[in-house]
Write a protein that binds this ligand. Structure first.
Ligand code: HEM
Length: 240
């Protein structure tokens, strides 16, 4: 027998799925702005290993000569990004969801074991919890990155009005570089996140869309109290 177990509250699913297009548009409009003064590269002295970004990349995404359009989109959407982020953090605090998300003192060790397991270097299943150590660290880090993007963004958007903030972040040039590095960080997070979602399978993905997952009737679901423990929620059973 199988049963349905609620995994992600409706509010979390809304915040999550709204964040996806908003962040994608923030990155896209940021690229339109960055193009106008594309100073970053990986290299030393006159040697450049990689330039952010090659001409072919700009051409592929139809980026050139769209600075004003990029600024309009970026400064309009940042409000949605911030409001959605604040509501998400506020909800996790009020609902107690933060307990599943915040790393604890075992999370770092657990994250290493999960990574070794995912790379096929370690046998044994990761713990049956809502989020394992690696996920806790990644999800908390991405929320902190959101706060970092807001602060570094304000510092370079209004460096006169927020002179104290720009100074705290190391000055305009540093704040701009930090803002850029955080954006690269989102892209890296996204690549790993999607790989893990694909790996975890349909049941897991559906839980972020519909809110529930299907588990064996005999086994506790991730994050669920162990059978017989007080407060275990009853859930409908399905034929196998
Ligand atoms: C197509 C894009 C995306 C897909 C398919 C996707 C899918 C998922 C799924 C299935 C989960 C639940 C994982 C689990 O239950 O083990 C999840 C959680 C999460 N995702 Fe995504 N995601 C996407 C984009 C993003 C983006 C762009 C971000 C932020 C930069 C993000 C941040 C998070 C966070 C913070 C959680 C934990 C939410 C919570 O429970 O509070 N996701 N995602």
């Amino acid at each position: 027998m199988k049963r349905l177990v609620e995994k992600h509250p409706l509010a979390i699913r809304w915040f999550h799925w709204l964040n996806f297009p908003i962040l994608a548009l923030m990155i896209w409009s940021g690229l339109l702005i960055y193009w106008a003064n594309d100073v970053y590269r990986i290299g030393w002295g006159p040697t450049t290993l990689f330039k952010f970004f090659p001409e072919s990349f700009y051409k592929a995404f139809n980026v050139p000569q769209r600075l004003a359009q990029g600024m309009n989109w970026h400064f309009a959407l940042m409000w949605l990004f911030v409001i959605n982020g604040l509501l998400y953090v506020g909800y996790t605090l009020v609902s107690g969801e933060w307990r599943h998300l915040l790393p604890d003192r075992n999370s770092f060790k657990e994250a290493i074991l999960v990574t070794l397991h995912d790379l096929g270097l370690r046998k044994g299943e990761p713990p049956v919890v809502k989020y394992n150590g690696a996920q806790k660290i990644a999800y908390t880090a991405v929320v902190l990155m959101g706060a970092g993007s807001l602060l570094t963004g304000l510092a370079i958007y209004k460096p006169v009005q927020f002179a104290w903030l720009t100074g705290l972040l190391g000055g305009y040039e540093w704040a701009r570089a930090e803002h850029f590095i955080l954006t690269i960080g989102y892209v890296l997070f996204f690549v790993v996140h999607i790989a893990q979602v694909v790996r975890a399978g349909w049941n897991n993905f559906r839980s972020m869309v519909a809110g529930f997952q299907i588990v064996d009737a005999q086994h506790p679901a991730p994050g669920e109290p162990v059978a017989g423990a007080p407060g275990r929620p009853s859930s409908p059973t399905l034929p196998a």
